[in-house]
Design a protein around this ligand. Sequence first.
Ligand code: UDP
Ligand code: MG
Length: 320
Amino acid sequence: MDDKCISVVVPAYNEEEVIRQCYSALTDVMIDTSYAYELLFVNDGSKDRTMSILDELAREDDHVRVINFARNFGHQAAVTAGINQSRGDCVVIIDADLQDPPEVIHDMLEKWKEGYDVVYGKRRKRKGETLFKLASASLFYRFLQRMSDTHIPRDTGDFRLIDRKVVHVFNRMTERNKFIRGIISWIGFNQTFVEYDRDERAAGETKYPLRKMIAFASDGIFSFSSKPLKLITRMGMLTVVLAFVVLVYSLCAKLFDLPAVERGWTSIMTAITLFSGVQMLSLGIMGEYIARIYDESKNRPQYIIRETLHYPHDEIHKHE
Ligand code: UDP
Ligand code: MG
C-alpha cells in the first residue's frame, strides 16, 4: 500500500444514464490500484437526475465528493473546478460516459511511477463517432498545429493524468475559456502518453452539439495563437500590392484609351464584394481577440459552485 492519494475528476452534464455505471467502473479500477483515492464528480448544471444520483453515491461512499455548479458552465470549466478542488498527489481527468476506459488509469499510474508528470491518453481508434465528427476533429487538430506555437498532441482529449506539480501551476492560471489540453501541453514538465481505443458512449448521447464544438475549437485557436492577426497584416500587404497594379493599369487605360471601361461594372463589383468580405473577416478575427480581452478584464469567476458534498464515514453510519 502506497500512501499516495489519487484524485479522479469526472465532469458530468445530464449523465443520469451512465453516472452509476461510471462510478462502479472507476471504483473497481481504483480499488485495484491499492492507492488511496477520491472520486470528484463535478455536476455541471445537469437538468436531469444526475445530481440526486451523485448525492446518493456520496452518501454511500465517502470516496465520493461532489461539486455542484450553480448552472451549466461547460465541460472545460467543470474540469477546471475539479482540478482546482482536487487534493490528491496526482489527478486523473476522465469523461463520465465511459468513452475513456477506466482500466487505462493503471497504465497511466505506471508511467507516473516512472516519474512522468503528465500522461495523456492517445486515441488509437475511435468507435461509434460519426464520420462528421472524425473528419472535423482531424481537420481541426491539423489546423491548430499550423496555427499554434505550442505543440498540442493530436488524437488526445482531456483524458489524462497530471502530477500535483502541474496542478499547482494550473491552479495559478486564471485564464477564462480555457482550452485545457493545450494549457497542459504548454505547462511542460515530463510528458508522455499511453495509447487506448476510445469506446462508444455507454449510454445517452453527446453533450457536445456543433455549437459547443465550434466554441471549443475557437478557444483552441484564438487562445493559443496570434497568427490569425498576422495573417490579416499579410492579406493587407497583398491588397496594397494588388491595388498598386490596378492603379497603374487604370491610369494607363485612361491615358492610352485601353478598353477598360466597358468591363468596369464587373471589375468594380468583384473588387467591392471581395474586399468587403476580406475586411469583415479581418474585423471578425480582431473581434475574437477583443472579446477575449473583454472577458478577461471583467474578471468574473470561471465557475460558481453552489455546494460541495462530502459525507464522511460517521454520517454514513447514521444513515444506516
Ligand atoms: N460535459 C460537461 N458539460 C457540458 C458538456 C459536457 O460537463 O456542458 C461533460 C459530459 O458529461 C462528459 C464530458 O463532458 O462527461 C464529455 O462530453 P461528451 O461525452 O458529451 O462529449 P463527446 O465525447 O461526445 O465529445
Ligand atoms: Mg463522450
